[in-house]
Design a protein around this ligand. Sequence first.
Ligand code: XMP
Length: 512
Amino acid sequence: RILILDFGSQVTQLIARRVRESGVYCEVWPFTADAARIQAFAPRGVILSGGPASVTEAGSPRAPEVLFGMGVPLLGICYGQQTMCHQLGGSVESSDHQEYGRAYVDVRHPCALFEGVWAVGAREQVWMSHGDHVTALPDGFRIVATSEGAPFAVVADDARHFYGIQFHPEVVHTPHGAQLLRNFTHGVCGCEGDWTMAAFRAEAIERIRAQVGSGRVICGLSGGVDSSVAAVLIHEAIGDQLTCIYVDHGVMRGGESEQVVATFRDRFNIKLVHRDASELFLGQLAGVTDPELKRKTIGRLFIEVFEEEQAKCGGADFLAQGTLYPDVIESVSATGGPSVTIKSHHNVGGLPENMRMQLVEPLRDLFKDEVRALGRELGMPEEIVGRHPFPGPGLAIRIPGEVTRERVQILQKADAIYLEEIRSAGLYDAIWQAFAVLLPVKTVGVMGDGRTYESVCALRAVTSTDGMTADVYPFTMEFLTRVAGRIVNEVRGINRVTYDITSKPPGTIEWE
Ligand code: XMP
């Protein structure tokens, strides 16, 4: 396995993605990780990420000294290269010639990193993003590739297996970057690339059995990808020691509750408690129009109902959660400051710590698309494994203004038509999230010979890689008018449809 030490680059997670895609397990730790922990992890190689600091500033981050004496290959990327060279006796300077974006490097000498990818004499495209650069090499290093702005674009100390790259091989704008990284992990470090989902599944099952023993596990199922895959995996490990609780808060998509029951109870034979709490939730949501109050109300009730149900089944020793790796990575914040709360992002299934149960989190080493791959490996249906993210507070935050059962039903129908059209046009997988929003605005329309005065429905569809930023999905006008026509004709209560063309930022994905 490979250890990645993070110096705060925006793209450190991409290094981890590339390494894992090549079948090698890796973890991302902050650069402050202590020596004993690093030695205990016993990595086959260590990658030092980029970062926003300047090596020339006093107090800027340094790589743990232990790395240089462990006899383990090192790869420094951007800031990682600079601090490595600085710490080993070279020098780094800030320069006026900053390089951001596409650049070209000239391959000067053979190097283990270039094996089978870059030939000596070639000029190759890369992605640069740096102000500082190395100006003198430590003993033992030689230059193997250069660029106009970075004469030390790639440097190597073959004896110690230390390598430094000024550009970013982890981003797609460096076309052969993934192969350069693979040459490091496989060629230099000798990793075999046998970390597959089948292997992960077998190991995870052993780990769950070892942790749980003969204890009982309870799992809050939301119908989303993460809790669903966690439940199926845990069930495979411990069978009926697992009970799932599905709390239907009445603001799910149409038909979703039936689908959850059919999938988990009927198909996977998992013990499932299905509690229809829609009366309770909709009752308490009556009159609530503030988005944050909606989230808080739903969050509070969810915990109440979940606790009630789990007491009814006699309690449990463990609580299963679908925590993912991005939630676990101890991130190095570039600014150090707290960020502004835009939305509280209540996650239904996010239960309070005082539930006094140990956590079982079998997905905490995985990225989202690895969870999807694991779900497929477990034989889960594509409708669940490939589905778009759905917010914990559900349709309540897609109905600005008051949420009533009637409005939920109107929205469910419009949303179902929209998604059906997206699926039949083969666009579902190209979109990060698509959904309808029911606006608290009435407009005048005409149908047949009559006047209508009904609600407006807004459609939203975005592409994104992590939900942090998003672009509007460019449907054809023909597609949009077809969906609008169907919604207005088939859903009573809606007489006008609009398409939201706001990216994030400045918009957010959800309307509330
Ligand atoms: P925004 O609207 O903040 O959404 O751009 C980013 C992603 O987060 C989801 N989202 C939520 N998920 N509870 C959740 O579990 C919430 O309260 C919540 N609010 C937004 C949203 O669907 C998108 O995927």
